[in-house]
Design a protein around this ligand. Sequence first.
Ligand code: ZN
Length: 303
Amino acid sequence: MKEILELRINYQYAHLLFNEDEGVNLGDPLFGPPSVKVVKVDTSTPLWEQVKKTCDYVYETYKKTFYYSWNFKRIYTTKEMAEAKLFKMEVRKCFEPAGEECGTKYDEQSACPICGTGRKQVSPLKLKKGRFLNKRDVARTLSYEIVVSKRFVEVVQKNDIKGMTFGPVYLNNKLSEDCFQLMMEGEHLEVDEQTKFGGEPYDIYPDEGWAEGCPKGDHLGLNILSEAYVKASEALSQYDFLLSRQTYGVKKSLSPNSLFYPQHLLFCSPRLYHVIKDNGLKGFDFEVAHVVENIDQLSFHKL
Ligand SMILES: [Zn+2]
């Protein structure tokens, strides 16, 4: 696996580490110098540490951030993909407005008062009519309500995929025949401690508590910063679609009026991965996820 961190660098300080012709400079030449330099950092090279040192320097000297935003891309070999026992799935497209803004009802009584994990959807998903799927088979709202195409549901049912359930979607208060909600129900996997969560890749900048997880343990941090690791579970051999027990994302108590809610990690079996790929279903990104065996169990098997 090759891990690439794409950074949007504050152009003002980019020269401290990068040559003018490195990466891609963004901005309008009519309005002066570029504002952003986009660079790709292979995290297995010395550049990874050099970026950290420059971040520290720029923050200590100028009280400014060296980069504005970031994104990890993980590239796998064919062998790594073929040998994977589990995949993490992500929904690429996000659209607005969210269900809550269109009349979807939630019961917040069961939600954690700190992070908001555990609220219950108590009405069908109501959304505004729009082209949110637009040739895709999956898209999500800011609150992580996931909508899939009719074809997606048909393929999943035809292939007897275990653990995926669907609910109705109302568009402008009319029951849709073209899309369905992918329900956040099903078996939970326990996230292993090896999975790294936090605010940003280098964890340098002060964040007033946004980055850290909920003290109740139901939420692990603002962003996932590594590949996902889960503890071995019987459910892995029984289901094709599974969710992490824990969530991550914006803690509700820090942003009570926003539409952001913590979300679960989504996992799929190699079988579901191949069903999605073989049928050309579009809109999911996949990464290899790792299953961590219980050490006691391993030594027991050896005896
Ligand atoms: Zn919580």
